[in-house]
Design a binder for this molecule. Structure first.
Ligand code: SF4
Length: 391
């Protein structure tokens, strides 16, 4: 991660490589294949959350007209920018986020990313291009995949202009191949938690997911997850538990509460609960990548993600996960500023419980804005929920 950020800083300062900003489930492979150095503002948002600096900067964005009800990645990131601050300074001695040559978004996850990137496009005078992706997708239709494929292909001439070079399709195939390998390894890493005791939890996954978000399409990501998978397999073989005396196996649905990762991890562990699986960490498992058909397979991979699906598809997916990971209880995080990643608002917990018998807890909170999260209330609710699980 240090190399990633230092490299971006160098590219932006020297102009040696063009810098492209990309949304977390945007077309990173296309950008990398064109030799852009790729920066992911959501990752920066998560750093603002984990360091809790978000709380200093959200009000700055609010004062500039960005509502406290919209994505708190956006508000903390924009607020930090307006103040000329970044957690990269303390971590890597980097003074600012890398200046973009182009910003590329996909609305497959939400509309906020488009507004977020547009803010920076205005500030830096850089082109902002993107994909308007289908949302609430039930069964994925060929027409939807083809729509996104055509939009992806339409980005190419714009990117070629900025990059000053034509797209090398063989490079794209190689990059998609590397993403496929990394994502399969990441899926296997997460899959090791199907064993009991689980060798890692959702809270570990929230850290180890860094490379699959910001380095997919590179050999480094493949190497990282090969190493991690070996370690997880050793832990399974040796019976090393992430949570000593694992009594309950829980599922986390929704965004992490970044500023409370450690606190929640310790709270669950103290109650003998291993949070063994999550939708969030699995959101970077892309089965559909196919190096022989890069554009169509990217379109399919990035359109079939959980966040872009209908309630029915989401329920089916969750039922499968609860069974596969032998889950006793599911925690839905209702993240105040991210309705897109909050799945407790249209009756899904109730329907899921009826279908599977697995009890659900809805936890109020937020990804970055800790004003929406009460430590006391969360503790009381979690303790009561775990007590109800018995055992
Ligand atoms: S999905 Fe949610 S957290 Fe992510 S950028 Fe969109 S609103 Fe923000």
């Amino acid at each position: 991660m240090a190399e990633h950020f230092l490299g971006l800083d160098r590219s932006a300062r020297t102009g040696d490589r063009k810098v492209a900003w990309c949304t977390s489930v945007g077309p990173a492979e296309l950008l990398r294949a064109m030799d852009f150095d790729v920066y992911f503002p959501e990752n920066h948002g998560a750093m603002l959350g984990t360091t809790r600096l978000a709380m200093d900067y959200i009000p700055v964005a609010n004062a500039a007209g960005y509502s406290p009800d919209i994505c708190s990645y956006l508000t903390s990131d924009v607020g930090a920018f307006l103040r000329g601050a970044t957690p990269l300074t303390r971590a890597y001695d980097i003074r600012s986020v890398p200046r973009p040559d182009v910003l590329v978004y996909s609305t497959n996850q939400c509309r906020d990313v488009q507004e977020w990137f547009t803010f920076y496009a205005r500030r830096f005078g850089a082109p902002c291009i993107g994909i308007a992706a289908p949302r609430s997708v039930g069964e994925l239709a060929d027409a939807q995949v083809d729509d996104v494929r055509l939009q992806l292909e339409a980005l190419v001439p714009h990117l070629e202009r900025v990059a000053g070079r034509p797209l090398d399709v063989e490079a794209l195939k190689r990059t998609v191949g590397l993403s496929l390998r990394a994502t399969r390894l990441w899926a296997e890493v997460l899959g090791t938690a199907a064993r009991s005791p689980a060798p890692l939890t959702f809270f570990d996954g929230a850290i180890h997911m860094g490379p699959i978000v910001v380095l997919r399409g590179t050999q480094q990501a493949v190497d990282y997850y090969e190493l991690l998978l070996r370690e997880m397999r050793e832990r399974v073989r040796d019976g090393v538990a992430a949570v000593e005396g694992e009594r309950h196996r829980l599922y986390w649905e929704g965004m992490p509460v970044w500023g409370r990762l450690r606190a929640l991890s310790e709270l669950f562990a103290s109650l003998g609960c291993a949070v063994v699986a999550s939708t969030y960490c699995n959101s970077w498992v892309f089965d559909a990548f196919d190096p022989s058909d890069p554009f169509r397979s990217m379109a399919k991979a990035y359109t079939s993600i959980f966040i872009a699906r209908s309630e029915e598809v989401k329920q089916r997916y969750l039922e499968g996960m609860l069974e596969r990971f032998a889950i006793d209880g599911i925690v839905f995080h209702d993240s105040r500023t991210c309705p897109n990643n909050s799945n407790s608002r249209y009756g899904l917990p109730q329907r899921l419980q009826e279908a599977t018998g697995v009890p659900a807890l809805v936890l109020d909170g937020d990804l970055n804005d800790l004003r929406c999260f009460s430590d006391e209330q969360a503790r009381t609710n979690i303790e009561a929920f775990v007590e109800q699980l018995g055992g």
